[in-house]
Design a protein around this ligand. Sequence first.
Ligand code: X8Z
Ligand code: ZN
Length: 604
Amino acid sequence: MRNFLYITLLSIIVTSCVPGSEQTEQTKDLEDFLMMVEEENKKNGPVIYSASWISSNFITYDSQKIIADYGTRYTLNSLERSRQASAFNDLATTPENKRMLNILKSSFVMPPPLDEELASELSEITTSLEAMYGAGEYCYEDGNCFDLEAFEGIIDKSRDPDKLLSAWKGWHEIGKPMKPLYLRMVDIGNKGSKDLGYDGLSDLWFSKYDMPANDFLDETDRVWEEVKPLYDALHCHVRAKLNDHYGDEVIPESGPLPVHMLGNMWGQSWSNIYDLVYTEELNSNSIDVTKIIEEKEIDEIEMVEYAEDFFLSIGFESLPETFWERSLFVKPRDRSVVCHASAWNLDPTTNDLRIKMCIEKNEEDFITIHHELGHIFYYQAYNHLPTLFQGGANDGFHEAFGDLLTLSITPDYLKEINFISEEEANLAKEDPIGLLMKQALEGVVVVPWALMLDKWRSGVFNGEITQDQLNSSWWQLREEYQGISTSEERSEEYFDPGAKYHIPGNTPYTRYYLARIMQYQFHEALCNEINFDGYLHECSIYGNKVAGEKIISTMAMGESLPWQEAFENLTGSRKLSGKSILNYYAPLKEWLDEQNKNRTCGWN
Ligand code: X8Z
Ligand code: ZN
């Protein structure tokens, strides 16, 4: 529960000093205040973003020093503005003003108290954590060093259990030194959140959804209960097929799946083991986008151009020249950068938009590029709004639109952009199970992971997970939600959560859970809107201006209204639901149930 006492007291001070008849003067003060914030945001935002861009693109001693200092000053100023916003609380005369004040008070991720020393300590910690991940590498005794991309080269492709385990363990060494920093950061962040009137970081993080935090968390659990049978069926089938391939020694017939055998460092997407889990004869018809990219010699920038073209086809305006000039598309050979893909809105006034990504020429990154451009076109669609409303309807919306478009990368779409022939498209369509399996290994597999990650974080924030349980609780939750475990005991000496970008990077993760649920609700609603008749997985909105208009008008609302309004604009509903993802995968679920008929499923 939020603590309103601090805010109310300040409001009393302001209102009690001024006689009631001067209400309009106070309202004017509020308007002046919001105008001042707007001017300040326009001036300071681009500078802090530029500093941040440099520090992520060139991880050096100096760049980290500069960003830590800028970060401290920026945060202290934001805290001061938030304190002032609280004082105006009772004076907001319009829903817009109320919402702006609320955004000013709640848009922190890891706030320090309004104290220079603590703010500076926190800023140094968050900067170091991000740099430790970005510049992270593990060196073996023979002097050979591997960074994340090098380890992923093994994890994503190798089928040798020993090599896989060694690569997995190598990368996870990176977490160890993060642990004390992480704990101290949480300590300061909790203090800061309490000063802002929240119960702590967890309350701050989950109070951003236009409903009380507990109601929101109940909603996320309710939807997971809907989706879980689909995940369980997939898990059961994947385990059986991996067991067939590797034998009992590597993949036990029952129990959780070993994380290093799933074709992804975190076991959050299993599409790299598609060929092992879908061995039907028809799988020779499946489309290999990686192979097409290689054969057509499509380079990194051309991959981004294909994604841009999709957005343009549904009515978006093209990206500014500066996007192409200033983005980072290829991993530099000579320096450390934060390679984890991101999309930046550096200066809304000049439409300075960029992505930063170490693109690899494969299917996975082709999908991720669409994800990132979803952010970029969202920025472009709402940059006309006041700065305080320049955000997603909620953070899940911001993650959802790029993913939504990737559901439209159908065989017909690939034919349209000349990736495959008509004959190849028809052959692929003859095997809906193959197409859906490929999608599900990414789109369904990620769901419990995206839910559990912040369950862990929230437990750490509110003290339910204590310092001596950081790693064990992580693996307990991973087993409970995902049915995934490690093949060897991981003691508290390790800090395995630190090996996932969003933990040292302090990026909330529930947004991806929301996105992965909403993207199917959006897709189903748009396919109905355009009167598509057929399997949902064959529906593509490519080139469809009616669907595009729905998306653009929703994006253009930014954060100016409760997210339910934006949701209704797009889907006609105001509620999250797992029904659409179930509808999308219905043929696969039926097939999986048939495959699993004589198998024992589950992992407890
Ligand atoms: O972090 C991302 C994006 C940047 S917002 C690349 N994603 C999550 C992840 O990588 O874990 C997209 C899918 C989930
Ligand atoms: Zn994203």
